[in-house]
Design a protein around this ligand. Structure first.
Ligand code: PSU
Ligand code: MN
Length: 305
């Protein structure tokens, strides 16, 4: 549990680098039909770097790490694919459903499979207006008890970023900026929030992973990887469309797990696709860094064996 593809099984058996990829970004985060090409390009980025990709999803009730081409296509194109967080996994498996896994669900399955490094676009977090809705992504609590290294461009700017950082601190999730002292804001390079820790190389991150293992640490390490400033969404455009998206969600009465996909879709529409282009750059940058970390980790494990 989960079922491993032959390539993932082989890489894990031989201590070669593997990176887990989430699938909600494919099923619910990126618009069709470009999402399928995006999912393939995410895997290709890793393969070209000598890293085995393990896209994680639930297919007809079977949790899988490493999808074949037909499964990947199914996640990207089948309208009946649902979005599952970790709490949903058992129910979705028993019901034979096909599902894209969120950061929370992907982390749980990756950890079960023995995959140490995981790449996503942006984590879920505390939503704006939390006091009224109590909407906080289960990504945060699940990462507090799941020992994976997650590479993310911070959390999506649709969220309450300072509140999310406070929750990560309370929950004991380690956070370090990659070559930065500032927490990124997904579409934007810099959220304006300072970080306590900065790391400058994949080897340094692998060393922190090893030290955390020795401590028996069971929470996640979050590596916050910002977009280069020249690739970010125009901050003025961002501010304008975000305000509209939040207002639209409020007046449409969107709740629960529909909130994040709804806001992303509003941003896509209002920016005429610019937010999607940035989302892809974000995801690719994170996947590339995750590949480097997995490579450094596997070299380190071979060296210490
Ligand atoms: N990052 C993206 N696009 C996405 C998501 C993250 O670039 O669609 C998804 C992730 O799967 C994340 C989820 O775990 O949004 C958070 O949803 P919620 O707020 O309902 O927990
Ligand atoms: Mn939520």
């Amino acid at each position: 549990m989960p079922e491993l593809s032959p390539a993932v099984q082989d890489a894990l058996n031989n201590g070669r680098p593997v990176v887990a990829l989430e699938s909600t970004i494919i099923s619910h985060g990126l618009p069709r039909p470009g999402n399928l090409a995006a999912a393939r390009s995410f895997e290709a980025l890793l393969t070209e770097a000598g890293v085995t990709p393990a896209t994680i999803a639930v297919i007809d009730g079977v949790p899988k790490a490493g999808l074949g081409p037909a499964d990947l296509e199914r996640i990207a194109t089948d309208e009946s694919v649902i979005k599952v967080s970790s709490r949903d996994l058992g129910l979705a498996i028993a019901a034979g459903r096909t599902a894209g896994t969120t950061v929370a669900a992907t982390s749980v399955l990756a950890a079960r499979a023995g995959i140490r490094v995981f790449a996503t676009g942006g984590l879920g977090g505390v939503h704006r207006g939390f006091a009224g809705t109590m909407d906080e992504s289960a990504d945060l609590t699940v990462l507090s008890r799941t020992p994976v290294t997650v590479v993310s461009a911070g959390v999506k700017s649709i969220l309450d970023i300072p509140a999310t950082l406070e929750r990560l601190e309370t929950l004991g999730v380690a956070v370090a900026g990659y070559r930065t002292n500032r927490f990124p804001a997904f579409y934007l390079t810099d959220s304006g929030e300072d970080l306590d820790w900065r790391v400058d190389s994949a080897e340094e991150i692998a060393a922190a992973m090893a030290a955390r293992d020795e401590l028996g640490e069971t929470s996640a390490l979050l590596i916050a990887n910002p977009l280069p400033p020249e690739r970010q969404l125009d901050p003025a455009l961002h501010a304008r469309v975000l305000a509209d998206a939040l207002a639209a969600a409020e007046s449409a009465g969107i709740r629960g797990k529909a909130v994040t996909p709804y806001l992303l879709e509003q941003m896509q529409r209002a920016t005429e696709g610019a937010s999607v282009a940035v989302n892809l750059v974000v995801a690719r940058g994170n996947i590339a860094l995750a590949g480097q970390i997995a490579t450094a980790w596997s070299a380190r494990q071979r060296g210490t064996r």
